[in-house]
Write a protein that binds this ligand. Structure first.
Ligand code: AKB
Length: 333
């Protein structure tokens, strides 16, 4: 990719329209983009938040606010979008997730590392506030797992995890070196009703709700006792907006863990069975995804986020199950 011209320490003017930033979301048609755009648009106005992706959006997305084509691998295209739309905040959601990454390392390298370099350079060049999600996948088998602290050994065994550690380190380096307003949250597995995740290891916790409602049966690719950190999407997008809005001087760090609940497929099944007692779950373990999950934390220590910028989750497992079953049942009608 092209190099940004003249990297130097930034003078931040993060707001384009009075107090309102102009926000660009990459990878906007993934699991999280539409929900984040909805919340940001409520705060900053519909036209101040642009969703982007390389695919054509469904009608309800196209009709709900600005949407444009943007390819993060195309440096000039990205720069043009940032300049023409006076972008001040960039939320970088394009990524190849853990399970798909193991099937296509070349693609994961390209999107998660080369694409991220473009984001970093353009954000620095244009003094943007840039948010990049990291993940529980940035930890590995040699990290403390219960809970994983903010700072510890990070030796992930997936290309996804390696690329996210790279993103954390590069973002922090650019922050210290050039003054880039880089912000990064390590997300747990995110559970959503309206949007599907694409190719992750925690996807079972979304799929089980759809199967429970449609067929009453679910084949789980993880072992029943595999505990992982999880969060409902509303908490995730709220955390992201609160973190993006936090004054720079309250942030002791540029990368924070956030968490809400920790559960295994067995525990999730038990909770769903309180509402749908006939749900049958069988376990047919996929060795690739099981190995990935076995190297991830069982819980995340997010006390620094709670202390520094007031992070507080709302959804515990019972509310999550109730909410998901309501939304998925409505969608299935
Ligand atoms: C995945 O499973 O790959 C993602 C994640 C936890 O980052 N959902």
């Amino acid at each position: 990719s092209a190099q940004p011209s003249g990297l130097r320490r930034a003078h931040f003017s993060s707001c384009a329209d009075g107090d309102h930033p102009m926000v660009l979301i990459t990878g906007g048609l993934g699991q999280l983009g539409v929900a984040l755009a909805k919340l940001l648009r409520r705060r900053f106005g519909n036209n101040n938040v642009i969703l982007s992706d390389i695919r054509k959006p469904p009608d309800h997305v196209y009709n709900s606010g600005p949407f444009i084509f943007s390819d993060i691998l195309d440096f000039k295209n990205l720069r043009e979008i940032v300049v023409n739309n006076n972008i001040s905040w960039l939320v970088h959601y394009s990524a190849v997730l853990s399970a798909v990454g193991e099937r296509n390392v070349t693609l994961a390298k390209e999107v998660n590392i080369t694409g991220f370099h473009n984001i970093l350079d353009i954000a620095t060049e244009h003094s943007l506030r840039v948010f990049v999600p990291s993940t529980i996948g940035a930890f590995g088998p040699s990290s403390p797992r219960d809970p994983a602290p903010e700072l510890c050994v990070q030796r992930p065994r997936t290309i996804y995890g390696v690329s996210k550690v790279h993103a954390e380190l590069m973002g922090e380096y650019y922050h210290h070196r050039y003054g880039l307003d880089f912000r990064c949250l390590r997300y747990p597995g995110i559970i959503s009703a309206d949007s599907q995740p694409g190719g992750g290891t925690t996807d079972y916790a979304v799929q089980i709700f759809h199967s429970a409602v449609k067929t009453g049966q679910f084949e789980c690719y993880l072992r029943g006792d595999t505990q992982l950190p999880m969060m409902y999407i509303d908490d995730c997008v709220r955390a992201t907006v609160e973190f993006l809005e936090a004054p720079s001087d309250t942030l002791v760090s540029r990368t924070y863990n956030i968490n809400a609940m920790n559960f295994s497929p067995e525990e999730l099944t038990e909770q769903i069975q309180k509402v749908l007692p006939d749900l049958k779950v069988v376990y047919s373990v996929d060795p690739v995804r099981q190995a990935i999950a076995d190297g991830w934390p069982k819980a995340l220590d997010d006390s620094a986020a709670r202390r520094d910028w007031g992070w507080k989750h709302e959804y515990e497992l019972p509310e999550l199950v109730q909410t998901m079953l309501t939304h998925v049942s409505q969608g299935a009608q």
